[in-house]
Design a protein around this ligand. Structure first.
Ligand code: GRF
Length: 221
């Protein structure tokens, strides 16, 4: 039983891809930099390396390929029920490549966060690094935000800046941004675990004060 209603203890992670953010989060839990207990990992991709890693770490995994369900609605209903059965205090989307419906988002409102590899509101959606390079930007970064029904549009909790260097291409920028993400995501989750950051369905509070701008984490410090 959690004695602090605003202090989450259990964490669900949802991932579709290689799972490098998932690994950074779980590693931070294991070495006690992050005081959350990962209780389940869900994926829409049964062969995702994220699931392989979670199994190795002995974290329960649930694989829900969309093709196993009559339609997307049925898939999401199943996902939602599985997630709810673990009653996670917090849910971290870590490269989960499916857009959740407003109904599903509402069910977990104020408990679900996501990481996006851009300085939101710049470059939401797909290929944000490519978009930044095409725009001739000199800086890039990543954002951890609350999940709301607007894709990549929920209130921003924190951002980390990443320089764009001469000669960068999409893959070098993805790589540099990912290292920054691996630092940012566990750090922000720990702020939430400690109650320094409190989530509500549509707003973020930092030590009791509503956050209007994201906290900037210095990548160099
Ligand atoms: C990350 O860049 C994350 O910001 C985005 O999807 C990517 C997932 O990468 N939402 P990984 O699977 O964590 O390596």
């Amino acid at each position: 039983m959690n004695p602090h209603p605003h202090r989450p203890e259990t964490l669900a992670i949802m991932a579709s891809g290689v799972g490098s953010n998932l690994r950074a989060i779980i590693a931070a839990c294991r070495n006690r930099q992050l005081s959350l207990h990962p209780t389940v990992v869900l994926s829409d991709q049964p062969d995702s390396p994220a699931l392989t890693y979670a199994r190795k770490e002995r974290i329960p995994v649930i694989a829900l390929p969309v093709r196993n369900y009559a339609d997307r609605g049925a898939w999401e209903q199943a996902l939602s029920e599985h997630l709810a059965s673990f009653a996670p205090d917090l849910i971290a989307l870590a490269g989960f490549m499916r857009v959740l419906s407003p109904l599903c988002v509402a069910r977990f409102a104020g408990r679900m966060v996501n990481i996006h590899p851009s300085l939101l509101p710049l470059y939401p959606g797909l290929h944000p690094h490519r978009q930044a390079l095409e725009a001739g930007a000199s800086a890039h970064g990543a954002t951890v935000h609350l999940v709301t029904e607007t894709v990549d549009g929920g209130p921003r909790i924190a951002q980390i800046l990443v320089p764009i260097r001469m000669g960068d291409d999409e893959s070098s920028l993805i790589e540099r941004t990912k290292s920054a993400e691996h630092r940012l995501y566990p750090e922000v989750l720990e702020w939430i675990a400690r109650g320094h950051i409190v989530l509500t369905p549509d707003a973020i509070f930092q030590n009791g004060v509503k956050l209007t701008e994201p906290i900037i984490v210095d990548a160099m410090s």
